[in-house]
Each structure stands twice: as structure tokens, then as C-alpha cells.
Design a protein around this ligand. Sequence first.
Ligand SMILES: Nc1ncnc2c1ncn2[C@@H]1O[C@H](COP(=O)(O)OP(=O)(O)OP(=O)(O)O)[C@@H](O)[C@H]1O
Length: 946
Amino acid sequence: MAQYIATPSWLGRFFTRIKHVAIEQERLVVHFRGAPARTFLIKDFYNYSILKNRLFSAKINLCDSSNTSISFLNKSQANALNTALNTRFSALLEQKVNNAKISLKRYALDEFLRDSSIKTLNNDVFLLTKQYAKSTSVWQQHLSPSSIKFLNILSTTPNTIAQLRHKYEKKQLTLKNDFFNQVESNPLTTEQRLAVIRDNDKNLVLAAAGTGKTSVMVAKSLDLIACNIAKPEQILVLAYNKTAANELKERFIERATHAKLHTKAPTILTFHALGLKLLQSAKKPIELSKFATDPVQLNSWLTGWVSKKIQTEPQFLKAFVDLLHEPIDIFSFKDNAQYERYVRDNEYRSLAGHKVKSYQEVLISNWLHLNCVPHSYEVNYHFSQGAELSGQYQPDFYIPQYDIYLEHFGIDRQGNTRADIDKKHYNEQIAFKRKLHKQNGTTLLETFHYNWVEGKLEQALAKQLKQHNVELTPLSNDEIFHTLNNSGQLQQGIDKYIKCLQAIRVEQLSNKQIAQRIKQSGIKNYQQYANLLVQIHDAYINELNAQSAIDFDDMIIQATKAIVSGDFNIVWSHILVDEFQDISSARMAFINAILKHGNGIRFTAVGDDWQAIYRFSGGNLALTTRFNELVGSHSLTMLQKTFRYNNSISDVAGRFVMQNPEQYKKQISTHTQVTTPQVILLDDLYQGTKSIEMKVQQSISTIQKNDASASIAILSRYRYMLNSVQQHLKDKKHTNSLYFWTLHSAKGLEADYCIIIGFEQGKLGFPSDNQNNVLVEALLPEQDEFTHSEERRLLYVGITRAKHKAYLIADPYACSAFVKELVNDNYPIQIASTLFNKSQLKQRECSTCSDGLIVPKTGQYGDYYSCTNTQICETKLRVCKSCTGPSIDKNTYSQCVDAECKTQHPICEKCGREMRKRKSKHGEFLGCSGFALKEDNCKNTRKMNV
Ligand SMILES: Nc1ncnc2c1ncn2[C@@H]1O[C@H](COP(=O)(O)OP(=O)(O)OP(=O)(O)O)[C@@H](O)[C@H]1O
């Protein structure tokens, strides 16, 4: 029932349609004649309303959102109504102040101010402070002294979000000082403490190697339990693998006992174990497919499936053969280096067994083979060629049965060439070759890059061969299948598609996404690939269904579905995830589902973007480096003090990994300081001959002499190299404990000394040039552009396993790009072999291709040097007679590349052989050393000193 009513003044009746204004409970209601009433909630007013007295009436100005005025009211009634209104407002304001006190305490003083509480705090506290600031004197007239005191404190002390959080952290640091001092075997650092205290909705703890991530996870769980914020069963800790999960459990129990906390451990699981647990409790089928645990079974199933398709579906067969190699358009390469890398990283082996140099050549060779046309690749032209062509002329293909040569020219319809090729010169060479064949009466067939671009390469081939009456007899599907099988290409294809299948599963790609990703990678005929992959994926899913089983990816995918459909009661209040830098998109989707369907769960990700090394199994580093964008707003804590290794190791490893601008910048400090370099670069030669095994043995002996009980880990990019060293060391006596780790398996481990082997160039080198093929790359999580970025992080992981010293054993002749960088960029390392002198490394760089190296070789005609990039670079250099270094041929002489030697030896400008000093009656002269040969002799002579 309304208590206070104001009606219009007698004059007001002529000017307003207001019938009366009344306070009805917590509302002010204006009733109109012939129109609906308007209601104002008093609690929404931002200030006291103001009464304005006029001559014959009064007006009330409300402080609502539109500053409404109610005019022409009876003066005395309006006065009483306004007083009552402001009394109500005061009471509500007192309530608001109380609310503000409660909210502030609850959301910002008693706990870490979370992002999700900011809105409440804005409404309850900050808005009130702003309003108070604007009308301080009026509010002070109406409010109680305690409210005024509170508002005064609020408006005079800094209280931005950051300041409130800082205040909370400071208080907690003091309150929990004893706990932090004792929770681990050593007192936690301030940054570790902050990582424990910060309890935002989402938290990222970004660490470096050896900074005590495990200590933080354990301390955080213990703190939550000790402070009664969470019960052990409300805390879920997710570890990357079983070993890490067990270690965390053990550490937790040990530290809880030490802190005299009688508590059980939180739920500590791997992602898969969690998936399994959820599916079990949701009563979903959880039979694990044999494919999940036995790669051989998966391989043999896919081989069987593909073989059947190949033998029964000609379309599938054609697609499979066409796609044995990825159709990349070489005209899309920006420079020679990109082209060289493409050739080096891809082996083009045709069905006929020829190792050719490009995708288009492989298509030609395959087509000839599939049509029963025997052919050879790059054999010498049968006639003398003249001087226009350098080196021996070798047409691309030769069909001996019909004496036909075939050249595939890399030009478009306008005669344009690849970006790195001199168009004019290339076209001149084409013209010359045509002329040469004409002169010698040999048949030259020609195909072009543009034939392929236009999808007519096979047509062009068929047409010309038919014109020359070459018999074309297509192989039967059965025969093709056997060719594929016998050449090993069937298995190669299967291996590739298994990797693709794994990437599709772990990335949870839809059919559309598969096509999109392949298209983005620049692969031509992407749709053909997508179709093939979709068929394989569908067949795989059908097979799992037929087995009534799931695989490891399914464990996560199905568990995510179970969460989304509410089949599981989520009890967790806190989730902590370790090794977050290697989390896959599927795992993140799983966590997101839990967060979304749980009740205010707080999520902490602990990781080190410098140690992301599992992209090949779905690790998506972007989730760490773009956490804010992809995961959400969060509190970031950096752990930058490392306890494992010294400043020397830290300087080298940190500088090395930070070359990649995509990695977070961190200022690492170390617990231990040294004054001399503790990263040592050794060559892999033992008594002049390459022997990694002996070199490791030697290094172990050196360590043993100084530190007989130290642990030593031998690390390698590849298992096979480790096995060989392990085998070699089997019978040797050591006092030290020896460990053998691949760089991937070394994650999370440590040893006093580390010996890292296998630094060399090439497919099995380090960094490995054996990149995934383009197709698998396209399907894997996106990766940053920096060259060898993942391999770089792998070396970081390797070096930072060492507590005292890291030895790097490297091949000085096939020098790894990483070693070149360490040497050339003056990293603070100890270089223990003169073979890594900068000038020597420079001398061994190939002057023809972009990153090849000149290495010594012995052939049937003696010693020489050749380039390591054998697939693309045919550079061969003679040995300098003075210093045995490599010597580069000019026109009439060959000059040693050694800056200190630079000796020039005369050579024959006609055939390139050595020139020798001879005497005649006219005096001394130079004569070609091929003078007296039976065949291919050269009688060239010239004056001395020319
Ligand atoms: N506050 C501390 N004071 C002294 N030692 C510490 C402290 N915190 C951790 N440590 C020690 O530092 C070493 C490295 O810790 P931990 O293994 O947790 O590091 P990590 O960050 O997980 O390293 P990585 O990422 O390389 O695996 C351990 O021996 C640990 O006991």
C-alpha cells in the first residue's frame, strides 16, 4: 500500500496528465490519466532526488538513468514524498555499502580477485565509489558514519584490479611465509610463491627448464587443501604421461607428510586415464582397439584395406599412384634455397626405380613405366655435344628400344622459368639442345612445365610417343599393385597415410578442414588428396566400430562428448595441467568442456614454450604462445630462476632458443654461477677418423677423472645412434651411472653431465632435414615460420638436462646448421677442436648451392672434395697440392680456398685436367696432363704463367 502520495497542484492539473505519484514498496510509481503508469526502482537511482519549489507547484528531479523530472506537484505533498524517497534511498544506499563491503572482502580480499568477479565488483564497489566521489557532501549528510568511513577509505586508497590483486598477494606472501619456506626441500622463490597464490579463473605459469614447475604444482595443491579451499578430490592434476603422473603423486605424498598434512593426494592422472575414468563412470564402451597399442596391427590393416581398393577400384589406384609424391608447383618457390631444400627433403623415386629430381619427372617416369616403356634417366647423350653445354649432356630420359630422348623443360607458355633460374640462358640451352639433336639426327621429344599446370602432361607424352610408333601397353591393375608392392612404394604410401590419419585424429579435423589445410599448404590437386584421406579416415572409423573399440584419440573425444551431454558429475574446483606447451587441440577441447560444464572451476596451465617438442603428436604450441586469444584472459606468472644448471648453460641455451622471435622472452637467473664456459663443442673424430662411439667414451673418461660418481646422460636425436653408443660402451668399465635418452624422451629428466651426439647435416642429422612430408605437415597443428623451430627447442631441452656441463659432439665436415650458428655467432661456448675455426667452416661452405658443405672424398681417380647436397649440387673440387684443402677451378688455374694458402695450380682450359711443366727446344711451356692418354686425350699447351 502506498504510504506517500503527491498529486498535481491545482495549476498542474492543466499542464500535466499525472494523476498522482506514490512510493510503493521500493518503487516510485507515477500514475497518469488515460495512460499506463511509469515505475522507477529506487535502488537504481545513483543519487538523492532533489526537490525544486516553484511559485505554485514543486518539481522532483530524480537521479535515475534519464534524470527524469516530475513537475507540477502539490508543494507540501511533494516535499513529504521527496523526503520519504530520500530516506528509502539512504536505506538502500546503506545496504549497497554493506554489499560493497561483503563483495570486496569476498572477491578481492579473501581470495585472489578473479576475472569473473570483476563484473560483480564493478557493480557492487567501483560504481558506488564513483557515485560517492561525485556527491560526497550530499551522501555525507544522509549516510551513517561507518558507511561514510568505508566509502572514504575506498575512495582514498588505490583499488584498481591490479592494485587489489597486488594487495592480496602481499598479504598472502606474509601469511603463508612459513608454509612456503617448508613445503619443499628448499624455500620457494617469490615467483614460485606467486604462482601458488594466484588463483584466477585461468592461470598460466610460464617457466623455463629447471625452474621447479613440479614444486609449484605440488605446493599449489597442498596450499588449496591446507587452506580448505578445496578437498583433495576436488583437485585434478593432469600430467603429460604416466611417469610424470607417478612422480607428481610421489612428490605430493612426500611433501604432505613432511608438512604434517594428513591428506590423500589429489586426482593425478594422464589425459587418457582421465578419459577412461570418465567413460567408465558414464558407462560408455571402452574396449581399446589393438590399433592403439600395436602400430604393426594398424599398419597391416591399412595395407590390406588399401591393397584391396587398389586392386578393385581403378580410380583409387590412379589417385594412390599420382599422390605417391606431393604435387608442389616449383614455380611457387621464391628463391634457389627454397628449391634446393625442396629437392633435398623429398626423394623422388619412380615406379621404374629411377631417382629423379622433381615431381613432374616422377610423373613422366611413372607414366612410361605404367605403359611398359622401358627408359633410363639422365644417361649420357650418345654424341659429342660441343662447348655450349657445361658438363656432360644428359637428357632427362632415354628410351633405348626406340632410340628416343625426352626432355622435360621447366618453362611456362611464355618461356618463363623458375624464379631462381636465368630465363634467357635456360631458353638458349633449350634451343641449343634442339639444334644438337637435329644435327645428330637423334629424336628429341619434349614436354613442358605448362603441360603439367594445364593437366595435360600425360596427354602430351602419349601423343608424341604414338607419333613415333612407340608401343604403349598399359599394365594391369594387378601388375601395378605388384610394382607398388615390390618397389616399397606401397608401404611408403601407407606410412604416410598413417601419419596423416594420426594428425586428422589428434586435430579432430572435419572433411572440410582436411581439404582446407591441404589447400593452404600449396599442394596442387588438394581435393584429390582430401578425397583419399577422407576415404581412409572413414574406413578407419568403420573398422573401429566393427571392432566395437576405441583408440586413444577416441578416449579424449568420447569423454569430451560425455561431459558435454552431462553424463558425468563434475566435482572439481581446480584443474592443474602440466607440460601445457605440448597440449593438443583435442585435449584443450576436453578441458574446455570440463570448465564449461563445471561450476566456477579454476584452471592453471603450467608449461614452458621453449620446451614444446611434440608437434608431431598434436602438440599445439599456439595454445601457450597465444593463450589469451585461444584460451582466455588469465593471470600470468613467469618462473625464471633455474636451480638445475649454471649461468653458462643458461646463457647458451636461452640465447639459442630466443633466436626465434615467436618464443616468449625470459630473463633467466641461475642458482649456480660459474666463470668459464660449460658447454663444450667437440669434433667426432678419434685419431683422425669419425667415431662417435670412441668420442663419447673419451668424454666419459674425462668426466670420470674429475667426478667419479656423477650421473652422465648420452642424448641423441635418433635412437639408432644411441643404440650404437650403448652397444659400444657395454663392456667398458665406468664408475658413473650412464643414461641413454633420445632428446624427446629426455623431457623432465636431468643428469650431472650430458653428452649430446649426432650434430651433423642431412636427413638423419641434427637439426634433422628429414622434415615431415608436405602433406603430413599440412595436417599437423600450425607452426611458426622460424627455420628448424621445433628442432631448436629440442636442443634447448637437451642442453638444459645437464646440471654441470653439456658436451656437444659434432661432425666438423658435415657441419650442422646449429653448430655453425654456435660458432659463427660467437656463443659463449668452449670450442675444443680447431676444425670448428670460423675460417675453416667458411672454407668448407659450398660456393654453388645455399647450404651445402664441401667434404673430402676418395674416388677411383684419387682424393677430391664434393658437396654434401648431392641431390642438387654436383660441385666437385680438386685437392690443393700445397695444403690439401679444397681448391676452386677458374678458367686456367685452380685456386686453394684456404685464406693462408691461396695457391694457384694451372689447369687445362679445354678439358680441366692439370697442366704440367714441359720443356721443348723453345723453352718451358705448360702441357695438358691428358696428352698421352689413349682415349679422350688433350694436346692443349700454353705459355708458362698464363
Ligand atoms: N625454490 C627452490 N629452491 C631450490 N631448489 C629448487 C626450488 N624449486 C625447485 N628446486 C629444484 O630444482 C630442480 C628442478 O625442478 P623441477 O624438476 O621441478 O623443474 P622443472 O621446471 O619441472 O624442469 P624441467 O622443465 O626442465 O623438467 C629440482 O631438483 C628441484 O628440487
